[in-house]
Design a protein around this ligand. Structure first.
Ligand SMILES: [Zn+2]
Ligand SMILES: [Zn+2]
Length: 219
């Protein structure tokens, strides 16, 4: 029984106190025009974003927000800044970047006309005196982040013949298109695996790690 209590309080306590992406607006009051500003750094506990690019777990998200009481709810405006990690859709390399969202959204009071007349997916809603920004952030990231992210705008991608990254292969990289009837003979050509390489012995000389180990033993 104690274990059960611990598990439940761990998942619900931060939300009740307005931590993470949850804003506690009790002190704002309901007088229209009442306003509060809030800056907060949130450490993400789950990945947010799309399959190929998103805000990773443990990222520092900077929230700079203004919460304003209006007749139907609380209007949240401000910015969301976060690092993103992704996989380039052309060359498959990992890359890092940042994303900024500009947020302007009404969170309707539970008993407001907006709450009662709008469909579930038409408006974000407050629960008690709490605003959970996470659904809004997830929706906005889905619109802002690219479906086909690139490591750089001019990424050259992969060689269609051999799959090497063009960024490391160089601009003169290319392949002779062999007649398929002769392709089987290519393995006998000089330089192919098994034909022997003159610089094979060079790699087995004095290894840097051997030197490092010897010097620590002398101490
Ligand atoms: Zn790339
Ligand atoms: Zn190639």
């Amino acid at each position: 029984m104690p274990a059960d209590t611990t598990a439940r309080s761990r998942s619900s306590a931060p939300r009740a106190h307005g931590a993470g992406f949850v804003l506690d607006v009790r002190s704002l009051g309901r007088a229209p025009g009442s306003m509060r500003e809030l800056r907060r750094t949130v450490i993400t506990t789950e990945r947010l974003g799309l399959d190929l690019v998103g805000v990773p777990v443990g990222a520092e998200v900077e929230l700079d927000l203004r919460m304003q009481s209006v007749s139907e709810g609380v209007l949240v405006t401000g910015t969301f800044d976060a690092p993103v990690t992704g996989e380039c859709s052309r060359c498959l390399e990992q890359f890092t970047d940042t994303v900024q969202l500009s947020l302007t959204e009404l969170f309707a009071y539970p008993d407001s006309a907006t709450d009662q007349t709008a469909d579930d997916d038409e408006v974000y809603r407050m629960r008690d005196d709490l605003i959970d920004l996470e659904p809004l952030v997830v929706d906005q990231l889905g619109l802002e982040l690219p479906l086909q992210p690139l490591c750089s705008p001019d990424c050259q991608g992969l060689c269609p013949e051999c799959g090497v990254r063009m960024a490391i292969a160089g601009s003169d990289h290319g392949h002779e298109i062999l007649d398929p009837r002769w392709a089987g003979l290519a393995k006998f050509a000089p330089g192919s695996p098994g034909s022997g390489s003159p610089d094979k012995g060079a790699a087995t000389g004095n290894h840097p790690t051997d030197t490092a180990r010897n010097s620590t033993e002398e101490n």
